[in-house]
Write a protein that binds this ligand. Sequence first.
Ligand SMILES: [Mg+2]
Length: 227
Amino acid sequence: MKRLVPVLLLILVCGVALGGGSASAPSPASCKEPENHKLVVDRLLLYHDSGEYDREIRDVANSARDYLNARVKDAPKEDKLAAVFDIDETSLSNWDALADCGFCSFTVQVKLYSVAHDPAIIPTLELFNFAKSKGVALFFVTGRPEAARAVTIKSLNDAGYSGWTDLIMRPEGGKQEPARIFKSHQRQLITDKGYRIVLSIGDQASDLAGCCVERTFKLPNPFYLIE
Ligand SMILES: [Mg+2]
């Protein structure tokens, strides 16, 4: 399938400032011809196909497991420990769809969410099951919309995830908060219910920013950006 322009190349073109409302004037240096799109796509494919992507995921998940193992041992019995998991490129992989369209993920995410074929990211599934074995309450907090709840549950179940306490998705309609605001707010609500969130894992910085987590674990994802 023809590869489309990746989201990565839509960012920071010609020195245009992100955020704050006003854009700075492009400078001649920043308007130089960027790296060719195909070369960027090829590098992303190589990063994945070489096995380096999987190795880095494994390293992060192992660190999370080691931390959790030690943290659970230290916890008073009355503490309600919780862990928060992102879904896409954290618990489930959209790799086939991403690579097939040249990493055009952000514009086709709704389509991705409608296809219940996403395999598990195995190191994350193992971390999830380890946390479950230790009695830690498990929460998914995802930017997927409520309309995708049924297909998301099917994907999670098919991939081997079970026994979570809650699956928190974006409500339909109204103003859509940035992910970093939405997810931080949801963690606050989990904490308000008496849980102590000891661990949060995600592939985006926006998964992990904000309140209410003792330790965060960032998985690699150079394929798209969600703020
Ligand atoms: Mg994600």
